[in-house]
Design a protein around this ligand. Structure first.
Ligand code: ZN
Length: 146
């Protein structure tokens, strides 16, 4: 299996069997909605933070396979991470899809599969939608804490 096939498999697996899908809509979760008009993707994320640690991420929405699978991969990667670790991984992911190779590929886990998106600039917004939503959610949670 070549690398591109492996990456496609990660994307299709997460599209068909999304992780952490479905919103909780309870007070202990912070909700953010974002959309991507250029493709029609709609993204909802929820985050539960306790003592600076991301205890849970939920995601829901509709759109293309890139945006939906990326939300699944993002949720799986960020659960259990500290806020600072999550911010770092989000930053590394934005760099990855824009063509900058990460210092540590291992830490991005399955998210490395979106490396191929850099060849399709129109799809970068699809790949990053869930990550932008969770970045906004983290910022808003931090504002609330202060
Ligand atoms: Zn899309």
């Amino acid at each position: 299996m070549d690398l591109n096939t492996l990456y496609r498999t990660v994307i299709m697996d997460n599209y068909k069997n999304p992780k952490n899908k479905g919103l909780k809509k309870t007070d202990d979760y912070h909700f953010v909605h974002l959309n991507n008009p250029s493709c029609g993707d709609e993204m909802n994320v929820e985050i539960k933070v306790n003592n600076g640690v991301i205890e849970d991420v939920r995601q829901d929405g509709h759109g293309c396979s890139i945006s939906m699978s990326s939300a699944s991969v993002m949720s799986d990667l960020l659960i259990g991470k500290t806020i600072n670790e999550a911010k770092h991984l989000i930053y590394e992911f934005f760099e990855l899809v824009q063509g900058i190779d990460p210092e540590d590929e291992e830490e991005l886990g399955e998210a490395i599969a979106y490396m191929g998106v850099r060849q399709f600039p129109a799809r970068i917004k699809c790949a990053t939608l869930a990550w932008k939503a969770i970045e906004k959610a983290i910022e808003e949670v931090e504002e609330d804490v202060k």
